[in-house]
Write a protein that binds this ligand. Structure first.
Ligand code: EAX
Length: 325
């Protein structure tokens, strides 16, 4: 009996001496399936957070649209019923037009420039801007540069796009880009394999990994390396939830997400040459040197359109264009 008493007293002492760390589960939503860019970020984040908190924080990943499409995941993050998400920037358009400055066509010439801008003060301004919509913007990981694919015909110049029915994300800027290109854009949430297969739509645009992971090479014969939009993910948390966290926990999560993003961007880029080789081997016909100036000519006037007339958005776009020149 005496031993039990001592044991109980010691246990109580140990528990009292421990810092108050309540176990916490963080729900993180992505629309894509394992192997996808978003999932690589999410899995790395989970691994880092669970290791760095010695299991105090558990990250539960909901993938493959288990929480709905990207717009629906963002709504749940806004409400605070889901804590975090790795979401394609284009889809934020419905929540905050500020993201249109990232998805502006032909803005970033290459990966290095995208990193410099998005990891710098302009990127920070975009992330901070999302707070008005209820998101704590943490950092940017990536889908990558988007390329056009279709099942109808080879596309070398903008005139070849005329009339093609192209699926676009639920995003005003993406819709406007393809309208300017002369296509017939059709907004649809992800995933879109069935619609492509049944030819409800002729084409789509996404980075190379998507064609591999979602096996689009089976149903899309033609690809053009248009690289028309650099498409990051914005890694976000629910602002109301974020504000309940201690500063040390916020710092830990912020750093872990940044580390996961840096890891994933490098991983994605390292795989692209091999993906391109594989897609050709699978039978895709790839136009590697399209007439980019013909596409640019059609999209150049976008910056003058209503889409960018909000003063905050316009000012940021002007500074983004200057910084990327
Ligand atoms: O990340 O909806 C889209 O086109 C996204 O790029 C897709 O979810 C892949």
């Amino acid at each position: 009996m005496k031993r039990w008493g001592v044991w109980a007293a010691m246990t109580a002492a140990v528990l009292l001496a421990m810092p108050a760390m309540a176990a916490m589960t963080v729900k993180l939503g992505v629309v894509t399936k394992p192997g996808s860019a978003q999932n690589i970020v999410a899995e790395k984040f989970k691994e880092l957070v669970e290791a760095r908190t010695a299991g105090e924080v558990t990250v539960k990943i909901f993938h493959s649209a288990a929480l709905g499409n990207e717009t629906e995941i963002l709504q749940q993050i806004q409400m605070g019923t889901v804590e975090m998400g790795v979401i394609t920037s284009g889809v934020f358009d419905t929540f905050d037009p500020i993201v249109r400055v990232i998805d502006y066509p032909f803005l970033f010439g290459d990966d290095a420039l995208a990193d410099v801008i998005l990891d710098g003060p302009l990127g920070a301004e975009i992330l901070a801007g999302l707070e008005t919509s209820g998101f704590k913007g943490l950092c940017f990981s990536e889908n990558g540069f988007r390329n056009l694919t279709n099942s109808k015909r080879p596309v070398k110049a903008a005139s070849d796009v005329d009339g093609l029915k192209i699926r676009v994300m639920d995003s005003a800027i993406h819709n406007a880009i393809w309208q300017s290109m002369g296509a017939n854009p059709t907004p649809m949430p992800w995933p879109i394999y069935t619609e492509l297969e049944q030819r409800v739509i002729d084409g789509q645009e996404n980075p190379l990994w998507v064609l591999e992971v979602y096996r689009f090479y089976e149903i899309q014969k033609y690809m053009t390396l248009t690289r028309h939009v650099y498409s990051p993910h914005i890694d976000v948390a629910s602002l109301t939830w974020w504000n309940t966290l201690k500063p040390e926990m916020q710092a830990l999560l912020q750093t872990a997400m940044k580390d996961a993003a840096v890891f994933q961007r490098a991983d994605n880029r390292a795989g692209d040459a091999e993906r391109l080789r594989m897609l050709k081997e699978k039978g895709m016909q790839v136009e590697e040197n399209p007439d980019i100036s013909s596409f640019r000519e059609r999209t150049d006037r976008l910056k003058e359109m209503d889409l960018y007339q909000d003063p905050k958005v316009k000012s940021l776009l002007t500074r983004m264009i200057e910084a990327t020149r």
